[in-house]
Design a protein around this ligand. Structure first.
Ligand code: TRP
Length: 336
């Protein structure tokens, strides 16, 4: 029998605790992660070290890190089947990032679109961490000999540079790192802002009405959906080019209820946008209600969450340290 076929592939992904988790992060990422746990060996990281490349309020960062862990679990990520941990709890990330910094070129980093965007947005704080962010992300991925990295379109360039760094390192020292690939899920829902449906729903959205949060209260969610941008038509029909607002609402409704687009068009034929928006809002309220309630319960249980992130860090560190030891040896560090 082919022995390799028995070995599960490894998946690594992470989300920064730089804002509260959104409906977009649930439907676009976490919901897919939940389905991967049986077929793959999965690591899901709360990347707090990436978050401080932009100024954070320390108390808020702590609160969001814990809340993010609780929401991962409440969304269905089983901490016994997946390795869920906080990046700063596994020192190997910082250690490998330093080594990889020395194998990453200034020119490569200068071409990163996220660096250009973020430095334009934070012109008073263009720090070295923001610049070398991709080397830390490469360390995250390479430490676990990752096969697949589920990411959105906006992060593909970072997986690309990770591959370039790994290729360069392997080229000098032999096969130290497994070559990772971006993994764009088949049914990846790309949820757009409710107020500017041309751009992705984002926790950094300036307009608070554009973004729905997993932990948001039902009345606030309803208010956002009632104010959602549509168009001057009256027909519930999917066409992302000419009807981005309505198409986005259909997408949300479809993943929330499981209905396909045809059924949705039929259901709302001749009914007007008001009723449609209310229905979408209600579906989202019901989708998020059990998740929010479970997350609230978990957040109140500090010692449980502490147990989970400690166990996660221990499991992660075991694998990460194996790779780090290899790397240290290869570059010529004497054993500690
Ligand atoms: N850079 C990613 C983002 O902002 C987060 C991230 C950090 C990540 N390390 C990672 C994603 C490793 C996938 C794999 O969305």
């Amino acid at each position: 029998m082919d022995e390799k076929a028995l070995v599960k592939k490894t998946i690594f992904s992470g989300i920064q605790p730089s804002g509260d988790l959104t409906l977009g992060s649930y439907l676009g990422a976490i919901k897919n992660w939940v389905e991967l746990c049986d077929g793959y060996n999965c690591y899901y990281c709360i990347v707090d070290m990436h978050a401080i490349t932009v100024r954070q309020n320390p108390a808020e960062l702590r609160r969001r890190t814990i809340a993010q862990l609780a929401q991962y679990i409440a969304c269905g990520l089983d901490p016994q089947k997946n390795t869920i941990f906080v990046q700063s709890h596994v020192p190997a990330h910082a250690e490998l990032a330093w080594v990889l910094n020395c194998y990453t070129m200034f020119g490569e980093l200068s071409r990163m679109t996220q660096f250009k965007d973020k430095s334009a947005k934070n012109s008073d704080n263009i720090n070295a961490g923001l610049f070398t962010y991709p080397a830390l992300m490469a360390a995250d991925i390479l430490l676990y000999q990752t096969d697949l990295v589920p990411v959105g379109e906006d992060q593909k360039q970072h997986v690309e540079i990770c591959r370039d760094i790994a290729t360069r390192f392997n080229g000098i020292y032999g096969d130290v790192f497994k070559m990772p690939e971006p993994y764009i899920p088949k049914v990846g829902a790309r949820i757009m802002s409710l107020t500017s449906p041309e751009s992705k729903m984002s926790k950094s959205d300036k307009d608070p009405g554009g973004c729905i949060y997993i932990m948001q209260q039902p009345d606030e969610i309803m208010r956002c959906f009632k104010r959602a941008v549509t168009d001057s038509d009256t027909c519930v029909h999917c066409d992302p080019k000419s009807k981005p607002g309505v198409s986005n609402l259909m997408q949300v409704y479809s993943v929330a209820t499981g209905e396909n687009f045809e059924d949705i068009e039929k259901e709302f034929c001749g009914k007007g946008y008001g009723e449609f928006k209310t229905k979408v809002g209600e579906a989202v309220v019901e989708l998020l209600r059990p998740i929010r309630e479970e997350a609230e319960r978990l957040i109140a249980d500090k010692s449980y969450l502490e147990g989970i992130y400690k166990q996660g860090a221990e499991k992660a560190a075991y694998t990460a340290n194996k790779t780090l030891r290899k790397v240290y040896k290869k570059v010529g560090f004497i054993e500690r």
